[in-house]
Design a protein. Structure first.
Length: 123
């Protein structure tokens, strides 16, 4: 999470996550898509087979998830999700990582741990 007054470099490191989270929120929870298209997308995303060790692994039991993962070179691993805590409003979680070295495996455990930290700070 970004802290006000942090260094410029630190603030910039959060900008991509914030931007994609805002876009995801508008697409899945806002009015960007016509209702029929949003329902279609909401049906596809919970069935995403990838990312079991990412955001999904960091959520408490009973939370609903609709997410999209991404993986690239240099250990890049991302997971952008809308999560629904039981009986509460949905939240958007965006965790984007990279690691040094071409061919470095993605840090899925890091994404799961970041999700646990985020959830713990909110509940």
């Amino acid at each position: 999470m970004d802290r006000p007054g942090g260094s410029r470099e630190r603030r910039l490191s959060y900008e991509p996550s914030r931007a994609i989270a805002a876009d995801y929120r508008e697409i899945l929870l806002g009015g960007v898509l016509p209702p029929a298209k949003r329902v279609l997308l909401e049906g596809w995303l919970p069935r995403t087979a990838t990312g079991a060790a990412r955001v999904r692994a960091g959520l408490p039991k009973g939370w609903k998830l609709a997410h999209k993962t991404g993986t690239g070179d240099h250990g890049r691993a991302n997971d952008i999700a809308v999560v629904w805590p039981p009986g509460a409003a949905p939240l958007v979680v965006a965790v984007m990582t990279d690691r040094p070295g071409y061919g470095t495996p993605p840090g899925e455990a890091l994404i799961a741990e970041a999700t646990r930290v985020i959830v713990a700070s909110l509940i």
